[in-house]
Design a protein around this ligand. Structure first.
Ligand SMILES: [Zn+2]
Length: 346
């Protein structure tokens, strides 16, 4: 058993090293957006402010309410991930995240428990609104139990929906945001193996020190509505790891009440997954489609640096395929980490 674990650890090391060493500069750089105003026809609501924070992370503000997704910004090196220890980087995270926005954060959503989706949640925990609710799976809830946010966690696994069945809406304390989770899936990292799968089975008293302690649990996607007078006025779809088939999708009938305004979908790393991504976007029909989880998250991005993608992920092809298929009806965005977008009327 131990030999099998060692072998998997060894293969994981090779896979992760391969990912890092093969990361490449995205060409052409001109398709990477450093932030812009996205003007929509028939947009009568207040503007939406979006900041992409790298990997699958983003922050959205509508009026006085803010949603934070998959907080991960420290980007520990490949060496630390493979054979060292990884920690939330409080100093760095606080220097990057906007304090005013975090103070308005009423909801946090976490797609799954891998470190690259949640490692820096503890780093920003004391900046978040005191009433914030953290919507996540069981594994993440058990990890977050080790932090000051343990009483703010809502495990939504048992109320999550699927392609054929609605889940239950979960509200923030002030009811300005509601969240519905859907059962999803996660693509294998190599040879059909998904690293760090399974659940953290019981509440932790100390954060995991190694990458393999951040166990994935059940991957989730989310519909998030910003509410006014009890009605949804801005709808977000967040899918932070590539789905397959109908996993991660919601019942089509839900779009009769409110269409999706902005979708965040994870970039595809193979031809098959690209076809899946195109099918997902066709189904979700967002007005703005933001491609996430394409950048090399083993190093920090500086202002001058050229942006590199993950190995196997052809970010330019993702962008160009979506743009060719659905633009300009859908505004497709390949965002640089730290970019600020404003969705507004013409
Ligand atoms: Zn993952």
């Amino acid at each position: 058993m131990r030999q099998v674990a060692n072998l998997i650890g060894c293969l994981a090391t090779i896979a992760v090293m391969g990912m890092a060493s093969c990361s490449k500069v995205v060409t052409p750089q001109s398709i990477i957006s450093k932030g812009e105003r996205l003007a929509l026809n028939d947009w009568d609501n207040d503007s939406i402010e979006i900041i992409t924070t790298g990997t699958a992370g983003f922050i959205i503000r509508y009026k006085e309410s803010v949603l934070v997704a998959d907080p991960f910004i420290g980007n520990p090196s490949m060496n630390k991930v493979v054979s060292g220890k990884i920690y939330p980087d409080t100093v760095y995270a606080k220097s990057i995240y906007n304090k005013e926005l975090l103070a308005k954060a009423k909801a946090v959503i976490i797609g799954h428990g891998h470190y690259d989706h949640v490692l820096d949640l503890p780093a920003i925990s004391d900046e978040l609104n005191k009433d914030v609710r953290v919507f996540c799976n069981r594994s993440v809830a058990n990890i977050v139990a080790a932090t000051s946010l343990k009483d703010n966690v809502v495990n939504v696994e048992s109320v999550s929906g699927s392609y054929s069945r609605e889940g239950e809406w979960q509200y923030t304390k002030d009811s300005s945001i509601r969240v519905m989770a859907f059962k999803s899936t996660h693509p294998p990292h190599f040879l059909g193996i998904t690293l760090y799968s399974g659940d953290v089975e019981a509440p932790l008293s100390k954060l995991p020190e190694k990458a393999n302690g951040w166990k994935m649990g059940l991957p989730l996607t989310f519909l998030v509505d910003f509410m006014e007078a009890g009605k949804p006025v801005c709808r977000i779809y967040a899918q932070s790891s590539a789905c397959s088939d109908s996993m991660g999708l919601f019942p089509a009938g839900m779009m009769d009440d409110k269409k999706v305004d902005v979708a965040f979908t994870a970039a595809a790393s193979s031809k098959k997954r690209l076809a899946q991504l195109l099918a997902t976007v066709k189904y979700v029909q967002p007005r703005v489609e933001i491609i996430t989880h394409w950048d090399n998250f083993f190093e920090r991005i500086t202002v001058e640096q050229q942006v590199k993608s993950m190995a196997k992920c052809d970010a330019a092809k993702n962008y160009q395929s979506l743009e060719k298929e659905y633009g300009p009806a859908i505004k497709v965005v390949l965002p640089r980490q730290g970019s600020r977008f404003v969705v507004a009327g013409k």
